[in-house]
Design a protein around this ligand. Structure first.
Ligand code: HT7
Ligand code: ZN
Length: 875
């Protein structure tokens, strides 16, 4: 592939940065950027070596060296080469460029959105502002002066602390900012415009008062209250759990409506997709509140894991992302229910990361090569990266893990570090050898562990045969055995946890078995009766487990496991097994048979008032259609899966009807809305019951009256989804959809929910519905939130609608990707990854998908983003 960057080619820069002074004369059509960089040749570097700076679509205006006009040796929009620089000592460069924020549709670099100037520099956006050493190991102290029209942009923000401001001629004004913490260019930020603000403060553990400010569009200030609360809780939590204090006088968050991803952790000035800041009961669901809390925390936590300690190069992306996801997961677990949080995390990991790891886009948590770094902000780097950190904690125990983190913060503060640096801290504090464990960063693919067991009553001995295998992935045909920490629990026939006398044949640490070989024969003595075996408790390792278990054994675990996560896992496995066999039946035209074991088991959990409602809501939600497809693995027929799942849902709904009525009555929301986890859990359970009741009755009037009486967005959108998905085209569904559109037409974030609900109505009709919605004024191809809500959810959240047998869904997506690519390649490439599991489809759909991918590949002028994805997908 073109321009492949390889980890082994990493070299430090020839020149080191000292300070960077930026001056922006803001104008939507022609902003002038003056960058004054103090730098020096690195010791030992060739005295003649030229300086090559990165650029991207830049207009070069002028260059000075030590204040004197100079000519570059070579200059293009993408590159500036300077020769003849001083052999020793410090020198300054002054580089002037011109850029056009108003026509920057890629939303990388400096762009304007709704009249607000804003930047996005990670990963390689700074080079769209000025020529620079735009790489994460080039750290410098920045001073930024922003000059702009005082009316259009009363607010001028950048990183660090404000140091100067004043009035200029022509109605313009300026503000200067200084960020004392050396940082790489990807953490630079500028925001300018006319925004409302919510202010607060936070006193750090050492008694420093920090000003907090969240900027939103005027009139939306009240909707930032929850984000502010989440920010203060995040700041306190990081002090208490990791001993990390905030380090500037001010911390700012800006919410913008055009943003390529969720949010960005720029030093002292986080920029957010407004979807992850704005919330009130009338416009945000419980899931929105939980996401806001998690993302506010995630970006704030980056201040230490990412900013104070950054990455040496982009191959080390998981150093900041995997670790920060781990930290935000822990935060949410402490704020909410740990078990429910873990279930939600694992559901997400299996839905997004497992398919990635099992398809043409599979890559190690730390990749060794890339041709477009934007395509490596993946579930593997983020979510699997977090699981790898969690495994380190499992291996070391909480105390040594904390010591390792302390050492990491102390030793690498101010560094651009590597994964090796990180892992070395844990090896050092614990005395454990983590060499084999390091393979988790290097080998792609989800390990599979097969478990066979044999119990000998005469000797009260359980024999476990454990075997690990890791499937081949692109560029890695054979794999070495990994160090896998596998939590295993045994439950005797009386339901009590077993207390074994000895465990032989493997290194065991409490309930953690350390798998290191391809196979282990484990002898566990002192087990008084044939036990139920619970493997991978709490999801101690991101692996697939294959274990021969009867329905009875799974049902037993679902009743007696003391680890709540594993209770859910047992139920889920039991349901999955029936869903897979029902799919096989659907494929051969047979009706799915009723399954009492499963329905009784689900009803028992539903009826168990000692279990928290959020857990019960998860427990009675069957695996989704894409989960079932993943389990089946190949020759997928999405229509058969849909039919099978619907049949099982109907069985459960009719079998448990009275119980659903009872629990719905118990959990029916009353009183004022509160976003706390317990209230959200009640609502989740209530909605799950109402949905089953709608199925059991086949009558849309229940969801319609729920829709009409709902006084918050969680219930309203839940009822809307029930109507649209269960009773499409019914007058009741049409009434609710029309009402929702009329009520929220002026609120794009809520209209996104309306788009998503319709894009995910199952069945072949979905395509024409999506096309019609694209013509509505609400939809704009230039806005990533709209594109994701309509096209993204259609392609990745509607298996029957998208995977139409005639291939029209694939061709439609290809058309959008090709149209969007010149405007916003990052979003276009991400949309296309919806097809990453195309090889698992049945033959006819597989062929259609391949035809579509080839059609995209034949387009001559593709961005590097889309080219990279399509090439890897075709393989
Ligand atoms: N570190 C950030 C990742 C990011 C990004 C955000 C917005 C637009 C483009 C981006 N490229 C990379 C977000 C995070 O993980 O915290
Ligand atoms: Zn992050």
């Amino acid at each position: 592939p073109q321009n492949e960057i390889r980890l082994e080619d990493y070299r430090p820069t020839d020149f080191v940065l000292l300070t960077v002074d930026l001056a922006f004369d803001l104008d939507p059509q022609r902003t002038i950027v003056t960058s004054t960089i103090a730098m020096a040749r690195r010791e030992g570097v060739d005295r003649e070596a030229p300086l090559t700076l990165d650029g991207d679509e830049l207009e070069f205006v002028s260059l000075k060296i030590n204040g004197v006009d100079a000519e570059p040796h070579a200059v293009t929009p993408d590159r500036l080469e300077i020769r003849g620089l001083p052999a020793t000592g410090e020198f300054t460069l002054e580089i002037v460029t011109a850029i056009a924020p108003a026509s920057n549709t890629k939303l990388m670099g400096l762009y304007s959105t709704n009249g607000v100037y804003c930047t996005q520099c990670e990963a390689e956006g700074f080079r769209r502002i000025t020529y620079f050493l735009d790489r994460p190991d080039a750290l410098a102290v920045y001073t930024t002066t922003i000059r702009a029209d005082a009316k259009a942009a009363p607010l001028l923000l950048s990183n660090g602390n404000p140091v100067d401001s004043g009035v200029l001629g022509d109605g313009r004004h300026f503000v200067a900012w200084n960020d004392p913490h050396p940082k790489p260019s990807y953490l630079f930020a500028l925001v300018a415009g006319d925004l409302g603000v919510v202010e607060d403060d936070f006193t750090t553990a050492s008694g420093r008062k920090v000003k907090l400010a969240i900027y939103v569009e005027h009139g939306k200030e009240e909707r930032a209250a929850y984000a502010m609360d989440a920010l203060k809780r995040s700041m306190r939590w990081d002090e208490e759990r990791f001993g990390r204090e905030y380090d500037l006088d001010i911390f700012m968050i800006v919410a913008v409506s055009d943003f390529n991803m969720g949010a960005m952790e720029n030093k002292g000035l986080n920029v957010f997709n407004d979807k992850y800041v704005l919330a009130d009961p009338d416009t945000a669901t419980d899931a929105d509140y939980a996401n806001i809390e998690a993302i506010i925390a995630h970006e704030y936590f980056h201040n230490w894991t990412g900013n104070r300690i950054t990455c040496r190069d982009w191959f080390q992306l998981c150093l900041k992302e995997g670790l920060t996801v781990y930290r935000d997961h822990e935060f949410s677990a402490d704020m909410r229910s740990r078990a429910v949080k873990r279930i939600a995390e694992v559901r997400l990991l299996k839905a997004h990361q497992f398919p990635e790891d099992n398809g043409p886009l599979a890559h190690p948590v730390r990749p060794r090569k890339y041709s477009e770094i934007n395509n490596f902000y993946t579930a593997t780097v983020y979510e699997k990266g977090s699981e790898v950190v969690r495994m380190i904690e499992t291996l070391l125990g909480r105390d040594d893990f904390k010591k390792g983190m302390d050492l990491y913060f102390e030793r690498h503060d101010g560094d651009a570090a590597t994964i090796e640096d990180f892992v070395a801290c844990f090896a050092e504090v614990s005395g454990k050898n983590l060499d084999q464990f390091f393979l988790w960063y290097e080998q792609a693919g989800t390990p599979e562990i097969t478990v066979a067991s044999q119990y000998e009553p005469s000797t009260q001995t359980l024999r476990l045969e454990l075997e690990q295998s890791i499937p081949p992935t692109p560029g890695q045909s054979s794999k070495q055995p990994m160090h896998i920490p596998l939590r295993v629990g045994l439950f005797e026939s009386n339901g009590e946890p077993a207390s074994p006398r000895a465990i032989e044949g493997i290194e065991a640490d409490g309930d953690v078995l350390n798998l290191r070989e391809r196979t282990h024969t484990v002898r566990i003595t002192g087990v008084k009766s044939r036990p139920a075996i619970s493997v991978n408790r709490s999801f101690s390792a991101p692996v697939n487990v294959r274990q021969q278990q009867s329905d009875r054994e799974l049902a037993q675990l679902a009743r007696i496991e003391t680890d709540l996560f594993s209770r859910w896992q047992a139920l889920n496995d039991l349901a999955m097994r029936h869903l897979v066999s029902a799919t096989q039946k659907a494929e051969s035209g047979e009706a799915a048979s009723a399954n009492r074991e499963l329905t009784d088991c689900l009803c028992a959990v539903l009826a168990d008032r000692t279990l928290e409602p959020a857990f019960r809501a998860h427990a009675i939600t069957l695996p989704g259609e894409t989960d079932i497809a993943r389990e089946i693995g190949n020759d997928i027929n999405p229509d058969a899966i849909h039919e099978a799942r619907e049949a099982l849902v109907a069985q459960i709904a009719s079998h448990g009807r009275d119980l659903f009525e009872e629990i719905a009555a118990e959990t029916r929301p009353a009183g004022d809305y509160s976003p706390d986890a317990a209230s959200a859990g009640d609502r989740a359970l209530y909605l799950a019951c109402m949905s089953h009741l709608a199925v059991a009755s086949g009558d849309p009037s229940g969801p319609l009256s729920l829709y009409r009486s709902a006084d918050n967005m969680t219930l309203l959108s839940g009822a809307l989804a029930m109507l649209a998905h269960r009773f499409p085209r019914s007058p009741e569904a049409e009434e609710a959809l029309a009402d929702f559109e009329a009520r929220y037409r002026d609120n794009p974030l809520v209209i996104d929910k309306w788009l998503t609900v319709q894009a995910t109505i199952p069945g072949a009709d979905a395509l024409s519905r999506v096309k019609t919605l694209m013509d509505k004024p609400h939809f704009q191809l230039s806005n990533p939130n709209r594109v994701r809500s309509l096209i993204g959810t259609y392609a990745s959240g509607n298996p029957t609608g998208f995977n139409r047998a005639d291939g029209a869904g694939y061709d439609f997506l290809a058309g959008i990707v090709i149209d969007l690519d010149p405007l916003n390649p990052q979003v276009a490439a991400r949309l296309l990854t919806a097809m990453r599991s195309w090889r698992s489809l049945e033959a006819a759909r597989r062929e259609k998908a391949l035809d579509t991918l080839r059609k995209i590949a034949r387009v001559e002028k593709l961005s590097t983003d889309v080219r990279d994805i399509v090439d890897r997908m075709i393989g």
